[in-house]
Ligand binder design. Sequence first.
Ligand SMILES: Nc1nc2c(ncn2[C@@H]2O[C@H](COP(=O)(O)OP(=O)(O)OP(=O)(O)O)[C@@H](O)[C@H]2O)c(=O)[nH]1
Length: 451
Amino acid sequence: MSEDKPGWFGRLFGRKGSQPADQPADQPVEPPIDSPASPAEGQPDFATGADAVEQVPLPPSEPDPDESDRNAVPDAIEGADLQPIAGEPERPPAGTAGDDPARGAEPADETELAREPVIEPPPVQPVDVAAALAHDAAAEPQREAKGWWGRLTSGMKRTSSALSERVTGLFTKRKLDANTLEDLEDALIQADFGVETATRISEAVGKGRYEKGISPDEVRAILATEVERALDPVAHPLVIDTARKPFVILCVGVNGAGKTTTLGKLSLKFKAEGRSVMLAAGDTFRAAAIDQLKVWGARTGTPVISGAQGADAAGLAFDALKQAQAAGTDVLLIDTAGRLQNKAGLMAELEKIIRVIRKVDPEAPHATLLVLDATVGQNALSQVELFSQAAPVSGLVMTKLDGTARGGILVALAAKFGLPVHFIGVGESVEDLEPFAARDFARAIAGLEKG
Ligand SMILES: Nc1nc2c(ncn2[C@@H]2O[C@H](COP(=O)(O)OP(=O)(O)OP(=O)(O)O)[C@@H](O)[C@H]2O)c(=O)[nH]1
């Protein structure tokens, strides 16, 4: 995929917050009559859906300047306050739950649940998707077929190359001394491994080798071993408890982290496993996020429960859970907004969603995934702290490891919180999100072949 030419999602929704060129935000989303929604539509076996969707290019991976703005969180508040987005309302529309953080803290009652969510009959398709697909297919070269290892290593290239160059520079034809180890520690800190882990790895490299030669390859091998050791305890697959019907997954994270995209990808993965899935468009703050989820629903044949922009997210989640229960759905995936203006608002909105869905199922959500954008670096640490206060975060998904030279942040997160890491993302296509495997990640970051 061309780096500077947006794919169909890019054109449909804009990179961030911009409107599609050919579809105004307020235009109703209509299914085309009898026209295929996507290459995946109509395929009876969704196990093959991922392959079909792979042919549909997605937006460029490199974050644009808008992206950095979206993710910028001032150091002073260390992730506690999330910033309003230029060109977008700073608060949810008046009268909505998110309008007044205090409202979110009140007990949920029937008025709290006032909303008009609708169930979208699958597959539903925005009118211009077929044209976008046709255009992409004609204009963009087919992506090279790659397995996960190929995607992981090319996605992690920025981190692994930066590290590899430093290691080669430091350890070629030099005796190992305190200065070299200090430089290695600096290189690891720059890759966001965190001081503690960087020190531990440097010590492991130095152990018993002072004043001896050590080759760059040996250093890379030690690096991989140490990273794997640090990550192994957190590499846990997301287990769907089939006794829960539906198994409710709540997705939280700051704006732009990749929540909506991750849920879209997960819906396809779960369907490929033979599960029935429902999506709830709980990011009611941004109209494009609702449409984005509807398109994923259309691509994967997944019902999408949605309301109007500014609708009460908790009420929508409540309805979605009721409907998923009634339909006997296996997995309900609930998206949430990331554009909450401050910590109080964030806490209130998430707490309210959780409180309200527990009126339907006291055990829900059964998993709460915090989606973290790797490009925010150390700020991810404070995001984990913040979101863990607001929601029962049970596991992490780290996206955009392809957009940074600081992929070591995952190691720092593991060392500090020990939270399960379920999935990592190294790009925008469906195949670029996979269950997290410590060994693969460790070898990829160290620039080694698959072991
Ligand atoms: N390069 C890259 N881009 C990704 C990855 N995951 C998601 N994205 C892109 O990141 C952008 C933001 O993703 P969204 O899913 O809209 O993020 P969100 O958290 O739902 O954002 P809000 O709705 O604003 O809260 C989109 O352009 C995605 O395609 C990844 O692993 N790599």
